[in-house]
Ligand binder design. Sequence first.
Ligand code: ZN
Length: 363
Amino acid sequence: MQSISPELLFRGINAWYKSLPEIKKISHRPLLLGKSEKTAFLRNKISQDLEKNNLKVTSSNLKFDCCYEDLATLKDLILKNNCDSIIASGGGKVLDAGKFLAESLSIPVITVPLSASTCAGWTSLSNIYTRNGQFIEDVKLRSCPQIMVFDHEFIASAPRRTLASGIADALAKWYESSSTSSSIDDGLVQQAIQISRVLRDQLLINGEKAFNSQSVHNLSWVNTIEGCALTAGLIGGIGGEKCRTAAAHAIHNAITQINSTQKNFHGEIVGVGILLQLRIEEMLNDNKLAGQTIKQLSLLMKKLNLPTTISELGINVFEDKNLEIIAEFSCRDNSEIHYLPFEIAQKDIIEVITNFEKQKIKL
Ligand SMILES: [Zn+2]
């Protein structure tokens, strides 16, 4: 069973207003879910618009993360207030929490991303973390959201750091799916991989322009935000379980196990993961283009102000057994890293990260 896309997608300027009649058809008492104080003004506006349309809104925020503690509290709130849908409005954690809760209560979910930092507004997947942000597991859901609202004016109000993070996460689609799934003899998977290649090319061409413009009237920006939040989700939908993530996300999941001195976004960690995956492929799979690709990606990442090493994520891998923890978590039995088409062991991760952190990438 595969769920390829949201049932309805509203995109562009005024997408939010255009979606209201459809939201009214499936909901009378929504839970409006958010997290960040910085986007509270947008949720206030959303709430007012819903109330004007005679919907009874209950508002709540994630306290910690998309974690089982928050999910349990919210479930009680939804039941107590008899909410008949969830409108998840925020970043990836909020969207994932809204989707997970809606599925467990068999009510519809409407996703309203407030940045282009992930494709979580589209997909039928929720990543679960601890309350401190350590990755636990990803949960496959029955379906993509009933309605996704991708309002460009909402996205334009997000800090551009969220866009850089979204670009890194979307780039990972190509580097991960092409290395894990290119030998899979399934037409749809092959097509998904090719979409991810076109998306990569568009991000390489438009990414920097988009990062520097942040305007709903700039085509590079529009194509980039939609690539990160929509196309990246579509690739997951078409490719399904066979179009897999690989080392970049496995290393992301491992890095979240370490306490950092700074708060990193998902895509910022995944971006470092892509560079490390390429080094792994160079070392263990004789990928001769890896060095070239690392230079090309690092150049873009620096222009987007993205970290390119684990130390730039605020983590010193050479203290507190951090390196061993990352290697162990990356290589645990059910890790996506084992979808790579060659054997990989903890000692390989340790070797690659040690060399990587010590060298300065020459551009
Ligand atoms: Zn991701």
